[in-house]
Ligand binder design. Sequence first.
Ligand SMILES: Nc1nc2c(c(=O)[nH]1)N[C@H]1C(S)=C(S)[C@@H](COP(=O)(O)O)O[C@H]1N2
Ligand SMILES: [Mo]
Length: 245
Amino acid sequence: MSPLSRRKLIRTALGAAAGVSGIAVAARLAERNGLTPPEWHGIYGPGDTMTYAAQRLLTRHSMAREFSRDRISKAPFAHPVSPPTGEFKRLQAGGFAEWRLTIGGMVARPASLSLAEIRSYPSRSQITHLACEEGWSYIAEWIGAPLFRVLDAVGVLPQAKYVVYQSIEKGSSDSMDMADALHPQTILAYGMNGGELPVAFGGPLRMRVARQLGYKNVKFINRLTVTDSIKDFPPDGEYSWYAGI
Ligand SMILES: Nc1nc2c(c(=O)[nH]1)N[C@H]1C(S)=C(S)[C@@H](COP(=O)(O)O)O[C@H]1N2
Ligand SMILES: [Mo]
């Protein structure tokens, strides 16, 4: 069964479990079991809750599919983003030597890491599929530092629930829960298809969260904030906060 039709089936099953009283009851059930997306009473509806709950129940520890080298897309299509200007251009002219990833919030040791420092972590390389919600996709090899290693180094406090990641590009940030933040396939990507990560694809540093849709893979990452609430960090787009695939 395709992942999509399986997801549909799961949602239907959870919906059926709620019986005549409808999907909202199933959503409350999910909430009691710690399966709701954050602040769903405010921003997210029962539909989002059902997707999140079903995914978290069934795929909490599962891995996104990885492909063999011959499946790498011949011409990966970079989604056109307005090229960052100002500060980004200045850093680019300097070969990104002054690029920093600032890490703060609920961590024991706030940090400001250079790309060289991020490269010094044991790296992970994976060939995965990046899918835009608009319908196109490609397969590429991504190389980077697993986010969990960096979080481990700064010491995430026990009450932390989310990691907010921000781009140097204004208005481009997102967040994920700890299950995704600590997942082995979630990496701070600095390389692609054997070379450096091109700027068109988010270089010098991009969040690569293999288990979620394209828009969660924010480009030009320069700040991480560990937090127990994303109320102050509303998602930028109009898309669903949880975009599991
Ligand atoms: N900073 C930034 N990151 C971004 C975007 C953006 O506009 N700005 N677009 C997102 C969307 S909607 C998608 S589908 C992917 C596209 O990634 P690609 O260029 O590697 O295809 O990047 C995501 N990351
Ligand atoms: Mo997208």
